[in-house]
Design a protein around this ligand. Structure first.
Ligand code: M6R
Length: 609
């Protein structure tokens, strides 16, 4: 994971790198550091902990200069100590490197370098990069980097500066994201576009096995063999304002409240006045090819996996496409049965999740077509697939995924209705009816978000509970999984999501008078079944917190607490059900004084296996 930034230009280099690192802090926040070259000398500041501590240190002891690199770490090799924090330096402290990824053959390289007399300071895999560069350095930094990358195995995006060639930042990419922002008289690089936005919206995507050299007035691109590469820049559609908290206490809260707008904007973008769904513009596939899809294997992780489970329900129901959903870290190591009409789908907010990317590559190795649902333009997932449905949720910074989840659900609705239409399984009238209702959902989401008072009371009652159970059925079973994941990742409470009908096969033994059980029971085809399951829990004295449809009096007489959501058709209910689950987790985490946006041990995009 980890985030890297590099800058060359006339702005205050300490500040540019700090602001950039703040944007990338979601990628890891165990330790952080900056290196710059000022008046020909390399200077370094690093700390254990979050970026605000680094800001304090730089305030007391500024570095300055016109060229620098920075890093925010999610520890893999070596504990989060100051010595293990990046940037790392060579034996003579003239070269400095920041790195995202894992150097798998670091041990062998280190042994060799030790024998050659190099002195190591840290336990990290990264340090071998800087010593290799030192070994190969003969005055030209990029030449040393060309030689260094030949020795490295694993995944990396690293950036390096050097006193002996001080007017550049050189960076290399293989398996980890790297983007360059093209400014006027200044250039910047980072692990994603968010740090770049305060300088420019014009970016270059660095592709696999490429090296870029940033000077003040130019950026040069090469492949690992040293051959020059030409690439067109693109304009990022995100704004720098989108990456601020905008008055909210946390990014997560802001992102929860952004959902109605994201859904509304996406519907406007995707559905035209004639009820045509516009999603295939980023597909390298014809409608004829898409109409023949007979089987889909969706692979994803975490929240994106939960969205995919809802997707399965939709694709099977409307398109009659046999759909499997697999966790990417499992999918990549199995040997799925697949023929030419089987498509693989990758769902990912960041587009940089290592297991998802590996899943795409293993599918492509079997010559399968791969579609994706992805939030980040130009990300690895988006670039490697045959077609991508962008979720257009804007940057999601809170580690707990919220608006990306509902935007992924929306993309599944679009994709499903699109495929059902080209397969002749959906009439014009039915499509119109569905899309008309979909257009009303954002207002309903807004209505709920403007009236969430009940949740404070429930959170107050249960924030000290030891365990939580979340139950759902049918299309809302994945929402039970999602509710439990939200709660555990930000509040550190143990929570389990379960299909309600399966409770009696074991987990009901967990239920006693102390157990809060969140029951997702909107009006639906499985409403009565769900009510019976709730009665079973109630009979064991479980504390029922129901998420139910406005006006449902029956549930009020059974549950201890009811969170009412506006009435929506069963098919669209996950879009609204997600909101109380996200808010409940948020409020409990705040009451437990947890770091909501940066929960312990986690990082936003998991770029390691
Ligand atoms: O960027 P991705 O959607 O590929 O990320 C997948 C998971 O790492 C992510 O959803 C994770 O589970 C979130 N922290 C959940 O809130």
């Amino acid at each position: 994971m980890c985030g890297i930034v590099g800058y060359i230009g006339d702005k205050n280099v300490d500040a540019v790198i700090l602001v950039g690192l703040e944007k990338l802090e979601y990628r890891g926040y165990d330790s952080a550091g900056v290196a710059t070259i000022s008046k020909g000398e390399l200077g370094i500041r690093k700390i254990v902990g979050k970026i605000w501590r680094l800001a304090g240190l730089l305030n007391q002891k500024p570095l300055g200069g016109n060229v620098g690199i920075g890093h925010t770490r999610w520890a893999t090799h070596g504990e989060p100590t100051r010595l293990n924090a990046h940037p790392h330096v060579d034996c003579n402290r003239r070269i400095s490197v920041v790195h995202n990824g894992i150097i798998e053959n670091y041990y062998t390289i280190k042994e060799k370098l030790l024998k050659e007399g190099h002195v190591f300071e840290s336990e990290t895999d990264t340090e071998v990069i800087v010593h290799l560069i030192e070994k190969h350095m003969d005055g030209n930094l990029e030449k040393a980097v060309f030689k260094t990358v030949k020795d490295l195995e694993g995944s990396f995006a690293f950036a390096v500066i050097c006193e002996h060639d001080p007017n550049k930042v050189v960076a290399a990419k293989s398996g980890c994201p790297l983007i360059v922002g093209l400014g006027r008289g200044e250039n910047v690089l980072a692990s994603d576009a968010t740090p770049v936005l305060s300088i420019t919206k014009e970016v270059l995507d660095i592709e696999e096995k490429e090296i870029c050299v940033l000077e003040k007035d130019k950026v040069s691109l090469f492949n690992f063999d040293g051959k020059k590469v030409e690439r067109k820049s693109r304009v990022v559609e995100w704004d720098v304002e989108m990456t601020t908290k905008d008055g909210y206490d946390h990014f997560m809260l802001k992102e929860i409240y952004e959902q109605p707008r994201v859904i509304r904007d996406n519907i406007r973008r995707r559905i035209n006045d004639d009820y045509k769904i516009d999603i295939a513009s980023d597909f390298n596939l014809t409608n004829g090819e898409l109409a023949r899809v007979s089987r889909i294997i969706i692979q994803a992780c975490g929240t994106s996996w939960h969205a995919s489970l809802v997707g399965k329900y939709l694709l099977e129901h409307y398109c009659r496409i046999h759909t499997e959903v697999d966790i990417s870290s499992e999918f990549r190591y199995r040997n799925p049965v697949a023929d030419g009409e089987t498509y693989v789908m990758a769902v990912s907010q960041s587009g940089e999740t290592a297991d998802v990317i590996a899943g795409i590559r293993s599918a492509k190795a079997k010559f399968l077509k791969v579609l994706s649902i992805c939030n980040v333009m130009g990300s690895t997932v988006a670039r490697e697939c045959d077609g991508v449905v962008y979720t257009h949720a804007g940057p999601e910074i809170g580690v707990a995924s919220t608006k990306a989840f509902t935007a992924q659900l929306l993309s599944f609705y679009f994709l499903t209705f699109y495929l059902a239409k080209i397969k002749w399984l959906l009439s014009d009238d039915e499509l119109k009816r569905l899309l008309d209702e979909l257009k009303t959902i954002s207002d309903k989401m807004e209505k709920f978000l403007n009236s969430d008072g009940k949740l404070n009371k429930i959170a107050k009652k249960f924030y000290n509970a030891k365990n939580f159970v979340f139950l759902g059925r049918g299309i809302n079973y994945p929402l039970a999984l999602e509710g439990a994941l939200k709660l555990k990742e930000i509040s550190y409470l143990h929570a389990t999501g379960y299909p309600a009908g399966e409770m009696k096969h074991g987990p009901i033994a967990l239920v006693d008078e102390k157990m809060p059980v969140v029951c997702i029971v909107p009006k639906s085809s499985v409403y009565d079944k769900m009510v019976s399951n709730i009665q079973e829990v109630k009979a064991r004295k479980g504390r029922i917190i129901a998420v139910a449809t406005e006006g449902d009096k029956k549930i009020k007489s059974i549950a201890d607490y009811v969170i009412y959501i506006p009435e929506v058709s069963e098919i669209f209910s996950p879009l609204v059900v997600a909101l109380p689950l996200q808010l409940l987790a948020y409020k409990i985490a705040v009451m437990r004084k947890c770091d909501v946006d940066k929960p312990r041990n986690l990082a936003k995009s998991v770029t390691v296996e």
